[in-house]
Ligand binder design. Structure first.
Ligand SMILES: CC(C)(COP(=O)(O)OP(=O)(O)OC[C@H]1O[C@@H](n2cnc3c(N)ncnc32)[C@H](O)[C@@H]1OP(=O)(O)O)[C@@H](O)C(=O)NCCC(=O)NCCS
Length: 140
């Protein structure tokens, strides 16, 4: 992902999440040097991911597949790429947060070996205030 992709990524994000990251959130991630990828098919973006490294941990900040392309293995392909990249950076573990209400996301992560290791209170904006985050992790 580069600055040239930000408009398309932010537009896609707005179709995927009720509380989407903004263009500025993605721009800040690139400026901070986080790993950021587009998944493309036939030159068309079908998904993207953002991941941060801290010491020997990789922190998955965003992984998304276009709604019409979901549940056909694309997210898995992207995540497996992230596992490989994180190992190359000497990460021993991958961490992420997911909304308790995001059962699809939790199912996806469990399918890939993540387990719940804790909660962060009032982590996400929600329609009626804030929502906790489930923290999940997987050894690499
Ligand atoms: C979560 C997401 C990235 C998964 O990508 P995907 O391409 O749809 O997932 P895959 O087809 O690779 O799914 C692999 C496995 O994960 C699990 N899974 C995926 N979607 C699921 C769902 N909606 N419900 C339950 N399990 C699910 C299944 O075990 C699936 O294997 P199966 O299809 O053989 O049963 C994608 O659905 C997405 O972008 N969702 C909206 C954004 C989001 O919630 N991102 C995560 C935020 S923390």
């Amino acid at each position: 992902m580069t600055d040239a992709d930000l408009a398309a990524v932010a537009a896609a994000e707005a179709t995927i999440y009720p509380f989407p990251w903004t263009r500025g959130n993605f721009a800040d991630s690139l400026a901070a040097g986080y790993g950021a990828w587009l998944a493309q098919e036939d030159g068309r973006m079908i998904g993207y991911a953002v991941m941060m490294h801290v010491l020997d941990e990789a922190h998955l900040l965003n992984i998304s597949v276009l709604p019409e392309m979901q549940r056909s293995g694309r997210g898995s392909a992207l995540l497996i790429h992230l596992f490989a990249h994180a190992r190359l950076q000497a990460a021993k573990r991958m961490l992420l947060e997911v909304r308790p209400g995001n059962l699809a996301g939790q199912g996806f992560y469990r399918h890939h070996g993540f387990v719940e290791i804790g909660r962060r209170r009032d982590y996400y904006p929600a329609h009626d205030g804030r929502e906790d985050a489930i923290v999940m992790a997987r050894d690499l």
